[in-house]
Design a protein around this ligand. Sequence first.
Ligand SMILES: O=C(O)CCC(=O)C(=O)O
Ligand SMILES: [Fe+2]
Length: 274
Amino acid sequence: MSSSYQALIAALDSETFDPDVFRKAGVFVVRNAIPQHVVRAWRDEWERFYDAELRGGRQVNRANPVALTEMLPPLLAHMYREPAFAAVLKQVFGEHVALYNHRFVIKDDFSTAPVFLHQDSCYHLGNLNKCSIFTPLSAANAANGALTFHVGSHKLGVLGDAGEINPDSFDIKWPTITPELAPGDFVLMNSSLWHQSGPNTSGLHRIVADTIFQPADDPTGKELICGEWQTDVFYSTQNHIRYFVNSRIHKLIKYEQERAAQTAAPAGAQPNAQ
Ligand SMILES: O=C(O)CCC(=O)C(=O)O
Ligand SMILES: [Fe+2]
């Protein structure tokens, strides 16, 4: 690893956010950024919610098991309004910032598996200038499936398809970091940056909010975080395949339906059965 990357890795983990380091690294770990009483209230609310709604079983999303599908209670649904986030985001996007999406990604007993290496931009609508903030409500470390980030990989932009990236297919190698996080810390990540996570082997739940922010001129903005709206057109990101007459996702659904119909048909009834 070149010495410039070593210096960058030392600089991207701090109590003081540095936008120039973030632009180069595509990721920044901000330590002790959220007031303890705020994090305490979030964690208490999570515990209540988990015990009441999730511990007995939850609707696991087959396409992405870590992404929580259940509706969050109001305090957790509005975490993104915390001013500590706006203070950092203004330094990245300028004074006008909006919310793109807020959800939880968790590794509990129902979703212990690793998440493959990917970038998020290829799943997004609107403009590509977006960042995630990962906010842990539990400890996150290698044993319970913490995230690993490929430092600098956002510089390649969007790779043209959505899925698992093969890092060996590139001549250039990015250094990786797997920061141990405590409640009160957060990680800012460019949405084109490659990231992945390991399995939860310790059994200690890894609870993280994943909130995506963007400049307020993006027509997919959901709520203003600071400044003023810079767009007067908006559209919904819900069920986005309806925006296409035909598309890769439409075709996948069609092929899946055809396959299911074939396997359901009795043997010998298929027109091309050998
Ligand atoms: O929760 C994780 O470990 C990763 C989740 C993630 O990156 C995603 O859903 O896009
Ligand atoms: Fe992701």
